[in-house]
Design a protein around this ligand. Structure first.
Ligand code: CAO
Length: 545
């Protein structure tokens, strides 16, 4: 078995690229052509495959490092004499002509000797600190690479039990010389996990002759024998983000740190990286998605969130302010639409006879200047239907556990004005006749269009009618005008062939659409209410009773 250094291949003209993903860990067996790392430059990202099969001895880079052609990436234990074994030779690795970290490691040993003689630097064993009662905890992440200059408290590795993951920081600043464990190993308090070269000015230096003999480390180790002589405090074990039940969160330390800072449970993040690893992009995508959904919820009640897309890319545009009425309507519509589970019931009233009466006999009896549209009859019919079905003339109580039934039948009528929808109210409609209703609705509509509606003319409604019958359409779904619980939409009446039992007859059918708050009104009640409205309108005599 010998050791070979793997270096960055020819980058085809790219000067410096970033290591964005490390696909293997020390101890991993890799086949020839299996990816070791992923590099990314300004214009492209590329995987670096292993040129030979072997076992990863150590990584010489970490995520975020900048590398260029021929930079050392990893040391591999390979079969045969392909490379140079660290333990057998202090010569530079032959496979790559440039200075390599392996060389550095070897040179470090001699420097260490020199330093040791002056008592300035020494090699220490890094041990697992107090794990707060946990035993045999798995190493799921090596957060540093051989040769890294680590600061005190910087993370060395991440351990993960079935309840939590925890970072193991180094206690002293120094150079990471080796890991004595590999990914997947289980460790307990006091186990030696790495060796480091540290600067020690006060204590006589001790050069560890073997990295795997913790008893020989004289200066300091994390957890077992800290320099201060105190047991390692719980601060050495920082609780990290929770893991899922299978403990299968795989990601780099940078992503873990970011997730922890943002309070994100990594088990919720979908991984797209090699070997199911969570990449930084995955985390950012997750955050973006959450922020967007929160924005939608926050923006919903305001009703003013539009699009920030630049439509002028596709052609000419112009932007005009929305009237105050439209802005208020938007807020109310969004509030109703997002808070009330609403359903619309459709039916058709046969108003053939009503229209014959309205356009014939009634016309001659109308006072001067009064015009009666089908709407006046619909108002009358609604006042009657609401008395029979009082839950349609109601509002939910403040806690949503009571129903406030109203003994007044104040019908608001949606009026289309140049500035937007206005909704004046016809008070006590049950006490008024069809002609009065026609006169009042027409007066209110005129006041609305002339912007002369007094405030109190728009208050106190218990039920709303929105008629598009004068315009057209076969059906629509009006939005409940909260805190009311139901609204009637009226579309344009049209002649249809209706089966009378022996033949088809042309009948004038008026489409009715009742939207209702399904928390208060059941579908069957809605069907009965709408049907009753249809019956009332099918024969004007019903409206006289
Ligand atoms: N079917 C067939 N014809 C109808 C009809 C119906 N359902 N309703 C009205 N008509 C006829 C009228 O008889 C009238 O015909 P003539 O000119 O021959 O007499 C014509 O359509 C126009 O009626 P109108 O719209 O002026 O009067 P109205 O009483 O029916 O309606 C009002 C008054 C204020 C409701 C209406 O003018 C209006 O503003 N409607 C729009 C409401 C709206 O925008 N709703 C949507 C709100 S969002 O849910």
């Amino acid at each position: 078995m010998s050791q070979t250094q793997i270096a960055v291949p020819d980058l085809g003209g790219m000067e410096e690229v970033e290591v964005i993903e490390i696909c293997v860990q020390p101890g991993d067996s890799v086949g020839e052509e299996e990816s070791l790392v992923v590099l990314e430059g300004d214009k492209a990202s590329m995987e670096v495959p292993s040129p030979t099969a072997g076992v990863v001895h150590s990584l010489l880079v970490k995520v975020g490092d900048k590398v260029s052609t021929d930079s050392p990436l990893a040391l591999m234990d390979v079969q045969g004499p392909a490379g140079v074994s660290v333990s057998e030779s202090k010569e530079p690795v032959k496979t790559n002509p440039q200075p390599s970290l392996q060389n550095t490691t070897v040179q470090a040993a001699s420097t260490e000797q020199a330093d040791a003689s002056t008592g300035i630097s020494s090699t220490i064993d890094v041990r697992v600190p107090d794990l707060g009662g946990l035993d045999s905890v798995e190493i799921i992440e090596l957060s540093a690479a051989i040769g890294d200059e680590l600061q005190a408290e910087e993370s060395l590795m991440v351990l993960e039990s079935d309840k939590a993951s925890m970072e193991i920081p180094v206690e002293q600043a120094g150079t990471l010389l080796s890991f004595t464990v590999k990914l997947g190993d289980k460790v307990s308090e006091g186990d030696v996990i790495a060796t480091m070269r540290v600067m020690t000015e006060n204590a006589p230096a001790h050069v560890a002759t073997s990295q795997n003999t913790p008893s020989q480390s004289a200066v300091s180790s994390i957890g077992a024998a800290p320099a201060a002589g105190k047991p390692v405090a719980a601060k050495s074990v920082s609780q990290s983000v929770p893991v899922n039940s299978s403990g299968t969160v795989h990601t780099g330390p940078a992503v873990r740190k970011l997730a922890r800072e943002m309070g994100i449970d990594l088990t919720q993040v979908s991984a797209t990286g090699p070997k199911n690893r969570i990449l930084k992009e995955d985390l950012l995508g997750f955050v973006k998605q959450k922020v967007n959904s929160v924005n939608q919820v926050v923006a919903a009640p305001a009703g003013i969130k539009g699009s920030d897309e630049d439509f002028s890319r596709f052609g000419g545009v112009s932007e005009q302010p929305l009237s105050k009425i439209k802005q208020i309507t938007a807020k109310n519509m969004v509030a109703s639409w997002t808070t009330i589970p609403q359903v619309t019931q459709f039916d058709e009233a046969d108003i053939t006879d009503l229209e014959i009466y309205r356009k014939g006999e009634m016309q001659s009896q109308l006072p001067e200047g009064v015009k009666v549209s089908p709407l006046a009859f619909i108002l009358k019919a609604c006042a009657k239907a609401l008395q029979k079905y009082p839950q349609f003339n109601a509002s939910l109580g403040p806690n949503g556990d009571t129903l406030i039934l109203k003994k007044f039948y104040n019908l608001s009528v949606a009026v289309d004005t140049p500035d937007g929808l206005m909704v004046p109210v016809i008070k006590q409609a049950q006490a008024k006749g069809v002609v009065d209703l026609a006169r009042e609705s027409s007066d209110l509509a005129k006041l609305a269009r002339d912007k002369k509606l007094p405030m109190d003319a728009m208050m106190g409604a218990s039920f709303t009618i929105s008629s598009l019958g004068g315009i057209g359409g076969t059906a629509f779904t009006p939005i409940v005008n909260a805190p009311q619980v139901a609204i009637l939409g009226v579309s344009k009446a049209a002649y249809k062939p209706v089966w009378n039992g022996s033949s088809f007859e042309p009948r004038l059918m008026l489409p009715l659409c009742v939207s209702y708050d399904h928390r208060v009104i059941d579908g069957a009640q809605a069907a009965l209410f709408t049907r009753f409205l249809c019956q009332l309108l099918s024969d004007v005599r019903h409206l006289l009773l």
